[in-house]
Design a protein around this ligand. Sequence first.
Ligand code: PRP
Ligand code: ZN
Length: 286
Amino acid sequence: METKIRIALQKKGRLNEDSMKLFKEAGIKFNVGSGKLVASSPGFPIEVLFLRDDDIPQTVANGVADIGIVGENEMYEKGYDVNVSRKLGFGKCRLSLAIPKAQEYFDLNFFDGKKIATSYPNILKNFFNEQGIKADIHEIAGSVEIAPGIGLAEAIFDIVSSGSTLVANRLKEVEVAMQSEAVLIAKKNMESEKQALLDEIIFRFNAVQTANSNKYVLLNAPNDKVDDIVRILPGMKSPTVLPLADKNWSSIHTVIKEKEFWDVIGKLKDYGAEGILIIPIEKMIL
Ligand code: PRP
Ligand code: ZN
């Protein structure tokens, strides 16, 4: 029987959509029916378990799934022994302390002796230990943001992404304890056939994410400025220079990081570059 790798993904919520999109761009599609908790893929030996994010670290640590995608927040909170194969660059958020908007705040001593509601008691305990704060930590499973309003706690420690949950509950973020993003995790001691499948998945993720941060650039330049332009283009390799029908002009093609492109655009125009095209790259293998 063909070896399949089993992955745990978030059933719904902040990481689900981006995880599905990344697999799709990597050429791995899942047969997901509505409400189905297990899915397979027509073109890749993979099986998906859709779980609550809180359950993903344990499911990977005990080998029920081989790999998983989860936020670093859940991974550190649960503390299971898993390998981090790769950071994924999405699902970015922070774990922060927040207090009622009207409260005065100077520093962390505010939290000494205070009652704080959170779904991340371990991360908060470690943070307070490092900072020498003694507080009364109350673990609650969800809807942490309403705790101060109903008199259950004087502050909260929770995920902040856009910040709109805090605003809606008249809270303000006063300390950031940790930054988090989605990570691809893997169980320890992976069987070699499964490790090969994981390597293939990582290879494809790399190709997708490298392509997304790079752009293919085409521009026309007067011949006497080609050398100057080639010198300032931070390309992968030497750019391609092709003659145009107009004998005094050339076309320059290269691949550059989108970020770096914005740094040189002004200079390119100064050198007389025209017809600049910036084209997305679908996949890129370095
Ligand atoms: C988190 C957190 C807040 C919200 C913050 O919950 O508990 O409710 O996101 O995001 P914002 O700053 O963009 O408003 P999440 O949706 O991750 O659900 P979970 O608690 O089940 O993981
Ligand atoms: Zn959750």
